[in-house]
Design a binder for this molecule. Structure first.
Ligand code: HEM
Length: 408
């Protein structure tokens, strides 16, 4: 296979099913590979880390993207997050990120531990009722994996209970814009989702402006109102949508990917259940082995950049294959082996540098509380049929993950 063939397969059904064999084929050509005149792909851990930390490689801001994609500005699904921190470089990025970090603090997240624990127990109680009713297998993703992070991020933002059911389909539709080769129908669904999400947050922000509460939407609205130079209305809405979508799409997939691995590795599941395996180590290994975010991108903002020996001229796009970097054999011994006892350092699944995931601590908290509690409540939990992957490369997870909760 040549490089072009590998890239085509990676972005199609084969890559969705399991990108790792294709990453390895690409790695055989080098840790940084030019795939065409304007695109470089990176499979090396060190190289990806270096690029993510180097501000000369920026995210692709909307104005620049519009030059490459003429209809870009016509699609709210593509532009919604354009005013958020995820898609802005300095100085806008730093200005907005410092504001958001000032309300989304490690202390606020740590203080959520009791609320996360209670949310986990509530969901487990519901699962137990289902098991008692002997209602057959459940889809772990529907019944638990997505409901937990949706509940947690909505609680933090201040989204009322009755609205929470709206978001999973909207986020699933919207995030298709992060994938390559989205079709017309998918793009239209993403546009619709973006319009709905903006409308929802505009209304919620207006309500909190009139009647503030102790939540993140109120805190951000107050900050934006105090100094619109620091956060405009459009930026406020874009960042709220980002926090919501980033807050659960990825974490839901982390929980699903983790359970699938635990079902394949009963000894690891037993160690997690009986407390001999540190849940944090398990979560780090799941993140490394089956990263919920497989790919991110940058663009060379200046001339004269190189990665390894490869010159990367200005305006060259760089695809960072985080899932491949996490299995770089120069960094991890036997990288294809799932081993939660490794001590080789954290993977790149939350990125690195200025855009390092703002929710990493929260995602870790949710997973480290949820997974041992799940296994303790249902020690006989088993797979109840094949788990099916979503048709996605960038956000990697399952579409369905059927499980039986008890051995009755
Ligand atoms: C397992 C769960 C998660 C994974 C794997 C993940 C992954 C990532 C990655 C790779 C980035 C960097 C993207 C880049 O550099 O281009 C990122 C950024 C971000 N994440 Fe997460 N994330 C997770 C959970 C969360 C949660 C729970 C939240 C919010 C509550 C969140 C909010 C954000 C935000 C706001 C950014 C943008 C930061 C910036 O651009 O400065 N993420 N995430």
């Amino acid at each position: 296979m040549d490089i072009a063939e590998i890239v085509t397969e990676l972005m199609g059904p084969e890559g969705h099913r399991d990108p790792h064999p294709l990453y390895e084929r690409l790695r055989a050509f080098g840790t940084t590979v030019r795939t065409d005149e304007y695109l470089v792909m990176v499979t090396g851990h060190e190289e990806a880390d270096e690029i993510l930390r180097n501000p000369a490689f920026g995210v692709i801001e909307p104005d620049l993207r519009a030059q490459f994609e003429p209809d870009f500005l016509d699609h709210p699904g593509k532009t919604l997050l354009g005013d958020s921190i995820l898609e802005r470089n300095a100085p806008d990025h730093g200005r907005m990120r410092s504001l958001i970090s000032s309300v989304f603090t490690p202390r606020r997240v740590a203080a959520l531990t009791p609320a996360v624990t209670a949310a986990v127990e509530d969901l487990l109680d519901e699962l137990a009722e289902h098991a008692d009713g002997d209602d057959g297998p459940v889809d772990f993703l529907d019944a638990f994996a997505f409901r937990l992070p949706i509940g947690v991020i909505c609680e933090l933002l201040g989204v009322p209970d009755e609205d929470r059911h709206l978001f999973r389909p909207l986020a699933a539709d919207l995030t298709v814009t992060l994938e390559f080769l989205a079709g017309d129908e998918e793009t239209a669904a993403a546009d619709h989702a973006a319009v709905e999400l903006s409308r929802y947050f505009a209304e919620l922000a207006a309500r909190r402006r009139a009647d503030p509460k102790d939540d993140l939407v109120s805190a951000l609205v107050a900050t934006a109102d105090a100094d619109p130079q620091r956060l405009s209305d459009t930026e406020l809405l874009a960042n709220l949508a980002l926090l919501l979508v980033a807050g659960f799409e990825t974490t839901g997939n982390l929980l699903g990917n983790a359970l699938a691995l635990l079902l394949e590795h009963p000894d690891t599941a037993a160690a997690l259940r009986d407390g001999t395996l540190d849940p944090a180590a398990l979560v780090d290994e799941v993140l490394r082995f089956d990263s919920p975010v497989q790919v991110t991108s940058r663009i060379a903002l200046t001339d004269g950049l190189t990665v390894g020996d490869l010159p990367v001229p200005r305006d060259t796009g760089v695809l960072l294959l985080l899932g491949a970097a996490n299995r770089d054999p120069r960094r991890y011994t036997e990288p294809g082996r799932f081993d939660p006892t490794r001590t080789e350092g954290r993977p790149l699944s939350f990125g690195a540098g200025p855009h390092y995931c703002l929710g990493a601590q929260l995602a870790r908290l949710e997973a480290t509380v949820a997974l041992p509690a799940l296994l303790r409540r249902f020690p006989a939990l088993t797979a109840a049929g094949p788990a099916v992957r979503r048709e996605r490369l960038v956000l990697r997870g399952f579409g369905t993950l059927p499980v039986t909760l008890t051995d009755r």
